[in-house]
Design a protein around this ligand. Structure first.
Ligand code: KIV
Length: 284
């Protein structure tokens, strides 16, 4: 099966086809998303919150990302796997950025990496692209900057702030990124940026004018109850199905109805008799 690539993203933008992207952090979910026909799987550092239970993405490590990305890569036959570079794996220097992007490709088997930031990290994007690693940008509300922003807040609402987001988008494109995620940006501004750029924009809380959309799968399946952003649509209530199934399982274990005969492995009475005889007892 032919893998989706950065070149396909460009073709989809040129042909007016929207790009679908979803997060995954493990083999089984990646396989389901892949079979469902999702174009791209993002191994987001959101895994720190939805998989590991942190309050934010700051504590996520390179080893966390590599571990989860390698699992996703094994499950994705067609989807383009993009892996997040975690906090402080690229902000520190251009050297660190290239070295760590290389690790996500070699050890995590990613197809591309994603970095948060615009003008401030354009040099890092340029150097990673020069090392033949495709880069997806990420601007607007960048969760790794939560402490600088003073919370998870919509970006680009004032004239100055909107112009900053536009400059970030242009810098990311100029540095060689093949796409850019726009997170929590007013829809009209996101549409303006999407029309102005030659690379596709992937929106999350950025309205319908983007070239594609990305959601965290636990949000869209109602599996993460700590916080649900305004921009999430709940496509299914998998969370409540899981709760019901876990509770039914627990009750079945306690009342003895699970496991039933059909779940058991058999051994002949003759063999069992011999075993018990050899042990000095009797078959009950
Ligand atoms: O980490 C992540 O899941 C992301 C998306 C929210 C875009 O960066």
């Amino acid at each position: 099966m032919k893998k989706v690539t950065a070149a396909d993203f460009a073709a989809m933008k040129a042909g007016g086809e929207k790009i679908s992207m979803i997060t995954s952090y493990d083999y089984s979910t990646a396989k389901l998303a892949d079979i469902a026909g999702v174009d791209s799987i993002l191994v987001g550092d959101s895994l720190g919150m939805v998989m590991l239970g942190y309050d934010d993405t700051i504590s996520v490590t390179m080893d966390d990302m590599i571990h989860h990305c390698a699992a996703v890569a094994r499950g994705a036959q067609r989807a383009f796997v993009i892996c997040d570079m975690p906090f402080m794996s690229y902000q520190t220097s251009v050297y660190d950025a290239v070295k760590n992007a290389g690790r996500l490709m070699k050890e995590g088997r990613a197809g591309a990496v994603k970095l948060e930031g615009g003008t401030d990290i354009a040099d890092q994007i340029r150097a990673i692209v020069k090392a033949s690693i495709p880069v997806c940008g990420h601007i607007g509300m960048t969760p790794q900057s939560v402490n600088a922003f003073g919370g998870f807040k919509v970006q680009g609402r004032s004239i100055d702030a909107a112009r900053r987001v536009i400059n970030d988008a242009l810098a990311v494109e100029e540095a060689g990124a093949f796409a850019v995620v726009l997170e929590c940006v007013p829809a009209k501004l996101a549409k303006y940026i999407s029309d102005r750029l030659t690379i596709p924009t992937i929106g999350i809380g950025a309205g319908a004018g983007c070239g594609g959309q990305v959601l965290v799968y636990q949000d869209m399946l109602s599996m993460y109850s700590d916080f649900t952003p305004k921009f999430v649509r709940r496509f299914a209530d998998v969370g409540s199905e899981m709760r019901k199934a876990f509770s039914a399982y627990s009750e079945a274990v306690k009342d003895g109805s699970f496991p039933a005969a059909e779940h058991e492995f058999k051994i002949s009475d003759e063999v069992m008799e011999e075993v018990i005889k050899a042990e000095g007892g009797e078959l009950s």
